[in-house]
Design a protein around this ligand. Structure first.
Ligand code: KIV
Length: 267
């Protein structure tokens, strides 16, 4: 499909409608923004995963609004083409009023086109408040890294019928509240497929199988430079392709052609 110079939400919706997969990566700085855009990435998530891969924390919990604004602004300063989703960090959206103040900062100071928050049914009022104030919102269901202490670790969610139905209800509630996109993290491929069929907004999967409308990986993971044991959905594209630009192009091609994620990357 022909791309507009600056990707917008309408284009991402059109990609979903046409069946063309959306290629997304996380990014946190100006240098990688240039490299990723030159390779043709359509969607960025300036994720609070930066707390782990850039700042050295062992979870995303300590990440602050200042951290998010700083990194989002680094990306926005040079970003010209890709649509930018920026995470509201843990503790920054405890009430509709606080969420609105902080989401406005991400848009005005961080150059966000859309903000992302974690949670489902319980987030409906906040999503409604943000969208009523013209701030596009991306929901995030399944594994919620900001709540990882409650799960006792990074574990696949929605394996049992009851938890799967709750995640499906979360996705529906987010769409009904006005969310324009949905990240689905670490759930069985069959559940992500069901969610993608049940909603009309683009779904972006990470560890959620091939049926989502697009895929995202943490940049440092797909370049093989993250520490520790990697989850099964991570593939090291740098090891496969030998240079960073080739690895990014290889990732985009693999997502677009449906070669990534394969069965071995799915739950
Ligand atoms: O924080 C993050 O980078 C994210 C993506 C991996 C979806 O939320």
């Amino acid at each position: 499909m022909n791309k507009p110079t600056a990707i917008n939400l309408e284009h991402l919706r059109a990609l979903r409608a046409s069946g063309e997969k959306i290629a997304c990566l996380t990014v946190y700085d100006a240098g990688f923004t240039r490299v990723l855009e030159a390779a043709g990435i359509e969607l960025f998530i300036i994720g609070d995963s930066l707390g782990m891969v850039v700042m050295g924390y062992d979870s995303t919990e300590p990440v602050t609004m200042e951290d998010m604004v700083y990194h989002a602004a680094n990306v926005a300063r040079v970003g010209k083409h890709a649509y930018r989703i920026v995470d509201l960090p843990a503790g920054s959206y405890a009430s509709p009023a606080q969420a609105l103040t902080n989401a406005r900062r991400l848009v005005e100071e961080g150059g966000a086109h859309m903000v992302k928050l974690e949670g489902g049914v319980a987030m409906a009022e906040i999503v409604g408040t943000l969208t009523a104030n013209a701030i596009p919102v991306c929901g995030h269901v399944g594994l919620l890294p900001q709540s990882v202490r409650q799960y006792g670790g990074y574990k696949v969610q929605g394996r049992e019928l009851e938890s799967a139905m709750a995640i499906l209800a979360d996705a529906r509630a987010l769409q009904a509240a006005g969310a324009g996109m949905l990240v689905i993290e670490c759930v069985p491929a069959s559940l992500a497929e069901e969610i993608t069929a049940a909603v009309s907004i683009p779904t972006i999967g990470i560890g959620a199988g091939p049926a989502c409308d697009g895929q995202v990986l943490v940049l440092y993971d797909m370049l093989g430079i993250s520490q520790g044991r990697q989850p099964r959905f991570v593939h090291d594209f740098l090891a496969q392709y030998g240079s960073i630009p080739a690895a990014i192009r290889g990732y985009i091609d693999a997502v677009k052609s449906g070669h990534y994620p394969a069965a071995e990357h799915s739950y």
